[in-house]
Design a protein around this ligand. Structure first.
Ligand code: PEP
Length: 252
């Protein structure tokens, strides 16, 4: 784990209009501790990217988006390109969040195309995977997630493993207050690492950060981070409160 810099990423989801985003960004700049050992990323809604970028400029906090479209430009109403994200200095982008898979019918093929477009543009994908409660209860969670990883990484070329991130988010633990145990997280994150070894080789797989996400908060983050293959967290609810998010960075 020493080879990998920890990463704490906040997913604001569809919360905060422009004034609220500015206010939260300002509070985060004040409260989030700067450290070489932890990378910190916030992912506001698209409409807040420009103002948030302005507020965090010069701080240790980096900017990420929540989604992207793989085409460069043109007649794709409502979509945002990689170059548009770059123009506001976004260096990360979440892809394949379970909410996008479920509500907006995103497929592994879409997620794979988004990863390729982002990496070609020099933006680091945070590629999400994770099983539903039904799959977990059937005991098929490991094979389900391994299959997602294989499809989502197909044909990717990774030259710098710090520039591709995986987030394991069991859907039943997202926004529900129900957390996976640290051992649950390690079971799947370990299987993800093993799959990355198969796909990219040991050295590259050893450099890829794997995050846990799902009701992570200041009280439970240390337990997840103590696991060998958990290199950080993707944080939803707790990233909307500056004190909580700052406390999680502190504990990382
Ligand atoms: C998320 O959806 O990325 C997430 C982890 O949400 P929460 O922390 O609210 O469960």
């Amino acid at each position: 784990q020493s080879k990998r810099t920890r990463l704490i990423a906040g997913n604001w989801k569809m919360n905060n209009d422009v004034p609220a985003a500015k206010e939260l960004a300002e509070a985060l700049v004040e409260q989030v501790p700067a450290s070489d050992a932890v990378e910190v990323v916030i992912c506001p809604p698209t409409i807040d990217l420009a103002c948030t970028s302005h507020k965090i400029a010069g701080s240790a906090i980096k900017l990420g988006a929540q989604n992207v479209y793989w085409e460069a430009k043109g007649a794709y109403t409502g979509e945002t390109s990689c170059d548009m994200l770059k123009s506001v200095d976004a260096t990360y982008c979440i892809i394949g969040h379970s909410e996008r898979r479920d509500y907006f019918h995103e497929t592994d093929e879409d997620i794979n195309k988004k990863a390729k477009a982002l990496m070609a543009a020099g933006i680091t994908p945070i590629s999400c995977c994770g099983e539903s409660l039904e799959v977990r209860e059937a005991g098929k969670h490991v094979e389900f997630v391994v299959d997602q990883i294989k499809k989502d990484t197909e044909g990717l070329e990774i030259t710098d493993p710090s520039k591709y991130v995986v987030a394991y988010e069991p859907i039943w633990a997202i926004g529900t207050g129900k957390t996976a145990t640290a051992a649950d997280a390690q079971e799947v994150c370990g299987a993800i690492r093993a799959t990355l070894v198969e796909v990219f080789g040991q050295e590259t797989a050893d450099g890829i950060r794997i995050l846990y996400g799902g009701s992570a908060k200041p009280e439970n983050i240390a337990g997840f981070l103590a696991e060998e293959d958990v290199d950080g967290a993707l944080v939803g609810g707790a990233s909307l409160v500056a004190e909580s998010f700052a406390a999680m960075v502190e504990k990382a």
